[in-house]
Design a protein around this ligand. Sequence first.
Ligand code: GAF
Length: 387
Amino acid sequence: MDIQFLKESFQEQFGKDSNPRVFFSPGRINIIGEHTDYNLGFVCPAAIDKGIYVAIQPNGTDTVNLFAKDQKDEPNTYSFKISSAELPSLRWAKYIFGATKETAGNNVNVQGYNALVTGDLPDGAGLSSSAALVCAFLFALDTLFGNADTDRFKLARMGQAVEHKYLGLKCGIMDQFASLHGKKDNLILLDCRSLDYEYIPINTQGYRLVMLNTCVKHALGTEYNDRRQSCENGVAALEKAYPGIGSLRDATIAQIDSVKDSLSETDYRRSRYIIQEDDRVLQVRSALRDGNMQKLGDILYAGHDGESNWFEISCSESDYIVRIAKECGVTGARQMGGGFGGCVINLVKEQLYDSYIETVQKRFLDKFGHNLLVYPISIGQGTNQLL
Ligand code: GAF
């Protein structure tokens, strides 16, 4: 992103004498561990080098003026008074309104400001553009109006609260945590209960990680919350039989199998998936430590099977890509993110890369009548100030 151009766009919108600061917050990938975060389990995300950029400057009034430079689906400007309690009708503005309110609720004296938002992260692709947007604003507002004691753990919690309170999505902490804590060339192994985390340097020598965007856009909502409800039903059944189990993270396969009859088939299968998925994250940690790419790939395929057949968050486009990946001898592939479309992450041997990409693009186009998009992955830093 050209920061000078960004600054000039801000000046065009908000006055030629303005002098904004610029903040960046990245999107994320997740190697494994889908829907385990709100079950207080483990995840293995990383920040990527694409994300959301915010140019921002206090304006000395009690009004916030927003300009979403790339917005095509909705009007791209929105203003609200700092004291306003009225939730914006524009979806993109809800995130910024929420971030502003959460910051103010954290005893920060937020004043009026002008802000321009842009980015290089596709929307609805499972790369967490919304967490990147919220974290960019939380960090920027904290820096501009706060006490310079930015606590990234706290900001991650606040970002999660924005989704819960202003968007109605009962998400976990993974996306916000990854966006704020990303480290170049490292994965993050995060325990979503304690928030203990470790960085794992990524060394995929001889392999490439590539995202294939199905272009099936998902705005997570009812279906996502419904999965969370199934997991809560699973915990309630387990607690009756095994007092003290507070989350699926604490349960074993034998335990969930033993309460199968007290659950609907759907809730049972979804709860069982989570227990297995947690285990897969821990297996991935040892595969990465051992440099065992074959094992890592096998776990990705197993994860996709769980997402598709047990947790029911896949779609025919993602299933098709994973099928072609297997047929082409790709080491591992699975749909990534909240589900119902978005991107498939692929672990591909260098020498197979070009022929695989050609095949999968062609067959996908033949079957679905539209192109899939290819994004090679580069793992980058977390939220920071650029100017
Ligand atoms: C979405 C949510 F926001 C995350 O909290 C996480 O649950 C993810 O879906 C699935 O792993 O991105």
